[in-house]
Design a protein around this ligand. Structure first.
Ligand code: SAM
Length: 314
């Protein structure tokens, strides 16, 4: 297999992920609370995906989300996977031998320009150094079709219930220790992920996405249940998910977001028209009449097609 050129910081990440590959699905996807988070994320993805879409799962790991993709996305979509870790890809290929899995980096996605309608980055950008986020987003932009979508989720700091500090955070920590102790739950030994792994401040993260694409949807998730993520005991799982629903995910330890390439509105058309009116070669009258037609066309397109976009997004 051809080795890809990667940065020093990515080399360490690849070593860590290679070590985790054999137990990634078992430890991070199968525990019921985490499985429920993954299902909620893929249901979120399904709101945006249209029949026939070409999808890239960037940072796909061991194809951990693919059983959910297969059951919740339209049957005729095509899905390709890219990951930094060869060992993760070995596990992915063993489960989906017919699928296109390629070794690659966020900084050098091994696909051509405009190849995908949707790029999914699930819980993976938080593994990289902040300085690599903007160039990674530019790669996503490159491989997306003209009006393609990036759909992702990442862990958050600062919008978490526990970030209120004091007794409130204390209560949640005690709840966690109580539940883990009584249900005999163990934390997993984890290799040191290095200094680049970090949760995001939601506003800063979304602002970074917005510099390259246009964020069109955001939802916060899992305010309480992540505290109880490793528990298998059915009663605890039920309670953990109940706590999230009780405050309706108004805050969360995770963000789901969708961001579109080349997102234009009638207001954008109008802005340009106003500027064009200041700098034209046609007569003022001719140009004005034409621009009024263009503005009207933009409004009609927006009005007529918004309802069909809403339909895709259902
Ligand atoms: C926590 S796992 C998430 C896997 C999967 N998307 C999910 O939601 O379960 C993060 C994955 O991102 C990959 N990754 C981290 N940095 C990367 C980079 N610079 N380029 C490509 N993949 C990367 C890791 O190898 C790992 O498999």
């Amino acid at each position: 297999m051809t080795r890809i050129d990667i940065q020093e910081s990515e080399r360490r990440e690849r070593e860590v992920e290679d070590l985790m590959a054999h137990r990634y699905n078992r430890d991070y996807h199968n525990p019921p609370v985490m499985a429920s988070h993954s299902k909620a994320f893929v249901e979120y993805v399904a709101r945006f995906v249209r029949p026939g879409d070409r999808i890239l799962d960037l940072g796909c790991a061991s194809a951990s989300l693919w059983p959910l993709f297969k059951s919740l996305l339209p049957a005729d979509v095509t899905i390709a996977g890219v990951d930094l870790s060869p060992k993760m890809l070995d596990v992915a290929r063993a489960s989906y031998p017919e699928s296109d899995f390629r070794e690659g980096s966020f900084l050098a996605v091994p696909h051509g320009p405009g190849e995908f309608d949707v790029v999914i980055v699930s819980s993976a950008f938080h593994h990289i150094n902040d300085s690599l986020l903007a160039p990674s987003l530019k790669e996503v932009h490159r491989v997306l079709d003209e009006h393609g979508l990036l759909i992702g989720r990442e862990p958050l700091m600062s919008e978490r219930l526990s970030d209120r500090g004091g007794w409130f955070a204390g209560a949640l920590m005690h709840l966690r220790h109580l539940a883990y102790r009584l249900s005999g739950t163990r934390e997993y030994p984890e290799p040191d992920p290095g200094p680049d792994h970090h949760a995001y401040h939601p506003k800063e993260f979304l602002r970074s996405i917005d510099t390259v694409l246009t964020v069109v949807d955001v939802e916060f998730r899992n305010p309480a249940s992540l505290f109880l993520a490793r528990v298998h005991h059915p009663a605890v799982v039920k309670l953990a998910l109940h706590l999230d629903d009780f405050i309706k995910h108004r805050e969360g330890q995770e963000v789901h977001y969708a961001a579109r390439k080349n997102f234009s509105t009638a207001a954008d058309v109008n802005d340009c028209i106003e500027k064009a009116l200041l700098d034209n070669k046609l007569s003022e009258e001719e140009l004005k009449a034409f621009m009024v037609q263009v503005a009207a066309a933009a409004r009609v397109i927006e009005r007529e097609l918004q309802s069909s976009e809403a339909q895709w997004n259902r």
